[in-house]
Ligand binder design. Structure first.
Ligand SMILES: C[S@@+](CC[C@H](N)C(=O)[O-])C[C@H]1O[C@@H](n2cnc3c(N)ncnc32)[C@H](O)[C@@H]1O
Length: 357
């Protein structure tokens, strides 16, 4: 589990822990995914309902939060798809799990060619974060049920959707559940997960793997929702064979105030809980999986080098002015380094589905 000093739950966390203990006392151990759903999204005490968010003044830094360069690249991606679709007069883009709207803000500020046609909808479950969304977009709590959609984007959403964990036992793969013992939440293994085809049969006893059913179902849903266009999701992901070899604390990660948090069961609601995405589990999404490439490859294909070169030129021309435009241009160099770092954000995986299949 995640590193850090265990601290007894307090405030909201104590209240949520107590609520879960009462539920478990009444109905028995709950699945790990149910625990994650409550810890992150309980409407009164969940991490995202009580102010958790991306950003330098938030809890974790994403590509969107590194600076505007990521949004400039995504703007180029949108232009590419818009052109491929014959430049529709209304181009509907849904960004799911949009957080405080930072990516949307950068896309709009970058003024892509598709901007006059762009209808950008930001879907964010947390009301507090929706309030931070910029003007010029539509801000909604859930995916719209109908209407044309050309592109669905999601950056670091899937790792945040409730997931389960299975452990290899002598009888197969058992599911981690959450029980209540002596006033504390503890893990217990129950049942057998009958999808062992997804897990390496050679795994030693005690090996663990995340099961991302909610993330896979979400991808199925959005691929189905797009009429003609693309779904692009970016997240930290690895082959199951890599995940299964690593200690769980390396792939179930918790964050708060831009630092790693504590064990997921110790601070319900006061920290983010995320999982590395096992690549194979998204391959079964019922669409035409076009590409699986690293974020560095995706951004390279979108011309990030050109944008950095352009930034250097602007800086050379405007450095003597020292104005905001000059500073922004100069910062493209360091932003690109961060976004392309193979051991960091550059190593994230971009899954792209083409619709229709
Ligand atoms: C890790 S943050 C990423 C934020 C942003 N995409 C970024 O890259 O900075 C994940 C966001 O997804 C939101 N979220 C989780 N489940 C959601 C759902 N089912 N629908 C919409 N938003 C959701 C969370 O509230 C959170 O703001």
């Amino acid at each position: 589990m995640a590193s850090g000093q265990p601290a007894p739950p307090s405030g909201n966390s104590a209240a949520l822990t107590q609520l879960l203990i009462e539920r478990i006392d009444a109905i028995g151990p709950i699945r790990f995914s149910e625990y994650v759903a409550e810890a992150l999204y309980n409407p009164d005490f969940g991490f995202y309902a009580t102010g958790g968010r991306a950003g330098r003044r938030g809890d974790f830094i994403t590509s969107a939060e590194v600076g505007p360069l990521f949004g400039l690249c995504i703007g180029r991606y949108l232009d590419k798809v818009w052109s491929e679709l014959g430049q529709p007069s209304e181009f509907v883009v849904i960004e799911a799990g949009a957080g405080p709207g930072t990516l949307a803000r950068s896309v709009l500020a970058g003024a892509p060619a598709c901007l006059p046609a762009l209808r950008y909808m930001a879907v964010e479950i947390s009301a507090g974060q929706r309030e931070l969304h910029p003007q010029g977009i539509e801000s909604v709590a859930a995916l719209p049920a109908d209407g044309a959609v050309h592109v669905v984007l999601a950056n670091e959403l899937l790792d945040n959707l409730p997931f389960d964990i299975v452990e290899r036992t002598a009888d197969g793969w058992s599911e981690v559940h959450v029980d209540a013992v002596d006033g504390a939440l503890v893990e217990t293994l129950l049942g057998n997960k009958n999808s062992s085809a997804l897990f390496p049969s050679t795994s030693p006893l005690g090996a663990r793997v995340p099961v991302i059913d909610a993330a896979r179902e979400w991808c199925d849903q959005v691929v189905d929702r797009v009429d003609s266009g693309r779904v692009l999701v970016l997240d930290y992901a690895s082959p199951t064979s890599v995940i299964v070899e690593e200690p769980e604390g390396n792939w179930v990660r918790t964050y708060r105030a831009n630092e790693r948090g504590v064990d997921p069961l110790l601070a319900a609601g006061s920290q983010d809980i995320t999982t590395q995405i096992p690549v194979e589990q998204l391959r079964s999404v019922a669409g035409h999986l076009l590409t699986v490439r690293s974020q560095a490859e995706l951004l390279g294909d979108l011309g990030i080098d050109e944008l950095v070169a352009e930034g250097k030129t602007i800086w050379a021309e405007r450095a003597h002015l020292g104005d905001l435009e000059a500073m922004k241009a100069r910062s493209r160099v360091s932003e690109a380094e961060t976004l392309l770092d193979p051991d960091g954000l550059g190593g994230f995986i971009a899954f792209e589905w083409r619709v229709p299949k």
